[in-house]
Design a binder for this molecule. Structure first.
Ligand code: ZN
Length: 277
């Protein structure tokens, strides 16, 4: 059953180029976790959604699947009665930007240039009207957030979003609780991923909203980057010793490095193998 669902996911990824891994989970009710007086996160089903409350309206970072929008609106309402003015997408995957389909009718969506490119390429509805290349600041009601694109990683269009006053960072799927997915069909780079995160670690923050999973600390992010580097060293070493890509996929044990093996991770491994010297 487990391998069947992994195959289905792999088929979905291959067919549509859309990362909808989280659809394998039964729909979970959404809950709101308060990080500061003005910043909350909506967790459950799809990617984590940050909710920044201001006197002039609410800003979301990511918006899960389109089917989650009614519940996202209800949860945002429980935080603030002001309308949602902006949504920033961390990347184009449907479990982070699916809600754009509905929300673009009433809000402004902002994301990296390659989110627009990947969404139009994949015929995904709700592509952002406003895009940026390296950096974007958004100011509303005396509050501020800053999105940074530090390079390739999970895709070629990932942004991390810093809430400077709250000292919180939303990483999208550049950091997840668990094992990452390298979406080579959409410009991922396992090689560049860790340098993208090294630059991210230079930002000033204490807590992290990962793409999926519970709230983490900066130290946990640093630890995860360390594991990723060690795993890449291991794959390099296996390649240099003459192991084929099939052997690497079969025998690399990421659990030695504190990660859990997953079908999506394995799906990205041939791309990583090809990239590494
Ligand atoms: Zn993703």
């Amino acid at each position: 059953m487990k391998s069947l669902s992994i195959r289905l996911i792999a088929a979905t990824v291959a067919a549509g180029g859309l990362y909808v891994a989280m659809t394998q989970q039964a729909a979970q009710p959404l809950t709101v976790e308060k990080l500061t007086d003005d910043l909350s996160v909506i967790v459950g089903s799809g990617g984590n959604v940050a909710v920044l409350k201001t006197d002039e309206g609410t800003v979301l970072v990511d918006d899960k699947f389109d089917r989650n929008v009614p519940e996202i609106l209800e949860k945002a309402k429980s935080v603030s009665d002001k309308p949602i003015r902006y949504v920033v997408n961390t990347h184009h995957h449907g479990d982070h930007s699916g809600g754009n389909t509905t929300l673009i009718k009433t809000t402004e969506i902002v994301a990296h240039d390659n989110v627009y490119a990947n969404m139009t390429k994949g015929n995904q509805p709700g592509a952002p009207r406003i895009t940026f290349s390296d950096k974007m600041s958004l100011r509303l009601g005396g509050k501020e957030l800053r999105a940074h694109h530090f390079g390739r990683g999970h895709t070629n269009g990932d942004a991390v979003v810093l809430f400077p006053a709250q000292r919180v960072l939303h990483t999208g799927d550049l950091f997840v609780s668990g094992t990452p997915f390298m979406d080579y069909a959409n410009g991922a780079s396992g090689v560049e991923w860790t340098s993208t995160l090294d630059k991210t670690l230079e930002l000033d923050f204490d807590r992290v909203i990962p793409g999926h999973g519970p709230i983490m600390t900066k130290a946990q992010l640093r630890e995860w980057v360390h594991s990723f580097k060690k795993i890449k060293d291991k794959v390099s070493e296996m390649k240099r010793s003459g192991k084929s890509v099939e052997e690497v996929v079969k025998t690399l044990n990421v659990e030695e490095f504190g990660w859990k093996a997953s079908g999506l991770w394995a799906k990205g491994l041939p791309g990583l193998y090809a990239e590494l010297r």
